[in-house]
Write a protein that binds this ligand. Structure first.
Ligand SMILES: Nc1ncnc2c1ncn2[C@@H]1O[C@H](COP(=O)(O)OP(=O)(O)OP(=O)(O)O)[C@@H](O)[C@H]1O
Ligand SMILES: [Mg+2]
Length: 267
């Protein structure tokens, strides 16, 4: 029995149906990466998994119960969502925004504690934003802001994390840093991660389980990247012709798009 699964989902915004008959199970303890072309429904699926979007048919099950049956604070104690775009309340500082991640753990009788302070400091250090604590979120660069949001989600301390493009806006070194942090949470702390990534080569390196979605939210393939990523799959899902070679560092699939003939450098 997996902690998170979607059963026979139809996902729609008013009358626009994004996906139908979609069934996805997230293996416990996996680093699941969802890939697929723009507008195929990746963010929509993540929103349904986090109960932000109500399916028009079917259900999402979290820890054995239909997710709709939980109170929202209870959902936030069990899973964290980093949305693709978020807007911070204006005038809020980095420290205060990250501290909001502790909200699901507070109540009338349980206010801000030393433990909350410890968690906030730790996640800010791990995401490299500790020195930004006093700055206004509005005044940060795109990459700084992305890491602050990630810190806020980590402050929730949920062992189930849904991350929608956690590496956007980040330079290549920070991309690797954030993905390494995810890998550590997955390997060392036993977290279950579901991330949407656009960089297929990074997806192949980090995913223990990959879900490739076609337009219309159709699952084209799922499994370990080594078992499913082929040139045919990439062409089928993205309409891109490529070669798949072994990543010289990791041996995982490395996607090399075919060059325009005229763009090849002759040797
Ligand atoms: N709030 C909304 N209202 C109406 N339609 C929406 C809304 N959000 C997304 N859509 C539509 O639903 C479809 C799927 O969008 P979604 O954001 O899930 O795509 P995605 O796979 O995450 O794409 P990307 O890679 O560009 O982030 C798209 O056609 C999009 O235009
Ligand atoms: Mg998206």
């Amino acid at each position: 029995m997996s902690r998170l699964r979607a059963d026979d989902l139809t996902l729609a915004y008013d009358k626009r149906v994004v996906a139908s008959e979609l069934g996805v199970t997230i293996p416990d303890g996996s680093f699941t990466v969802i890939v697929g072309p723009n507008a195929c429904g990746k963010s929509t699926l993540l929103k349904a998994f986090a109960r932000v979007l109500k399916p028009s048919r079917g259900a999402v099950y979290l820890d054995g119960e239909v997710i709709a049956s939980y109170r929202s604070k209870e959902v936030a104690r069990r899973l964290g969502l980093l949305p693709q775009t978020s807007i911070a309340p204006s005038g809020i500082t980095v420290g205060d925004l990250v501290a909001r991640g502790r909200y699901p753990h507070q109540g009338l009788l349980r206010q801000w504690s030393v433990d909350d302070e410890k968690v906030v400091n730790e996640v800010m250090a791990r995401t490299g934003v500790a020195e930004l604590a006093g700055r206004l979120v509005d005044e940060l660069s795109g990459g700084q802001r992305q890491r602050v949001w990630l810190a806020m989600v980590l402050a929730q301390r949920t062992s189930l994390l849904l991350l929608d493009e956690p590496t956007t806006f980040l330079d290549i070194a920070h991309q690797v840093e954030v993905l390494d942090l995810c890998a550590e949470l997955h390997e060392r702390d036993g977290y279950t991660l579901v991330a949407v990534l656009h960089d297929l080569n990074q997806a192949c390196r980090y995913a223990s389980h990959m879900i490739a979605l076609r337009p219309g939210g159709v699952v084209a393939a799922e499994g370990h990247p080594i078992d499913i990523v082929t040139a045919d799959l990439v062409e089928d899902v993205f309409g891109l012709r490529c070669r798949v070679v072994d990543d010289p560092e990791t041996g995982t699939p490395l996607i090399v798009p075919l060059a325009r003939t005229s763009a090849r450098v002759s040797t």
